[in-house]
Write a protein that binds this ligand. Sequence first.
Ligand code: GUN
Length: 387
Amino acid sequence: VCWVSTSVHRAQASLSWTEKIYSVAAACVTHRSRGLTIRMCVRRHVWSIGRQLLDSFKTQILDGRATADIVLEELRVEVSSKRSLWGRSPRLGVILAGDCPQSRKYVEIKNKAAEYIGIECVNLYLDEDEKRIEREVLNLVQDDSIDGVLVQLPLPRNVSQDKILSLVPAEKDVDGFHPQNLGLLALQQLSTLRPWEKRFARIEEREERVVQESRYEGIVPCTAKAVISLLDRFDIQIKGKKAVVLGRSSIAGLPITLLMMHRGSLITNCDLNSSETLVKRVCQEADIIVSAAGCPSLIDSSWLKSGVVLVDVGFNVLEGGSVCGDVNFDEVMTSGKASWITPVPGGIGPMTVAMLMDNTIQNATRNLSPETLESHPRFKTLDDLNL
Ligand code: GUN
């Protein structure tokens, strides 16, 4: 029993096997009817070991929806406690151009979350006229009562995404798309954490310093922040792990790769321009896989090392309207190979919305709070830097 108990508990570092052996020994000494006590203790102990063994083979769910609800509640409390100091609610301008039903749905979800935590949304539903979109973005950007401007992507085909996004300055950026924000991220000068969130993370010394110096000035892209925040809140270690990120978009793949790198993982970034066989081989060695490839059910259990953590950023809308991620969820769950997995929907999506709200509050805090204005000089723009 001791041998089995020792091996199992050594395999599961989070359990204290010495305590359990100690408790069995203590029970044996203190009870007079030793034979019966020992038999009962041994039986109970073997039973609990069996259950722990079975549990260790199960894949557990990284529940993004439940975690996002907790984050939104924290943000709601923050907004309600600071509203009197600020003199108004944080305000988010949202531009939706064209008639993509999926984008409309995303905007509705963002509106609902904003309403819950006390952020006012100013929604503009526009058609495909580029000039009009430009004008409306500039109006929102120049409005001092608006803390953040979100241009829902993708824009209609005839509208230049680069041109429209370039109209949103860094201080009104809530997506983290602005070159200044992405630059600060690349230079490791942005934290995914608020100072009080440190308890959730096994953070790198460098990030600890960034938090302590209150260099919480720039905006981290929402999806990347969602991935790291979810791993942090489930106490999943990133440092020292072999991680693979699939996808290189500036919305998801690139910032996720940078953040995982800054957190000290041994990171490989791939996209499907490399052969699928090669990408699969790299994944088979990974401790953590984050897939933002946008390829329905690409990853099955044959791609996975036992115990891998799978974070599925993919959100693929299939014919008929159903959605699935980049991971073949049912097959992977049946195989039991992964230790943790995010579902789609209900994984990274809700966390991304929560991080958008967090970014909006971050901008409002900078804009509205006198005490923060003292400790954070106003966000510098590229013009201020005289580049
Ligand atoms: N479309 C899909 N994801 C996003 C996002 O994170 N931000 C914006 N603005 N548009 C999106």
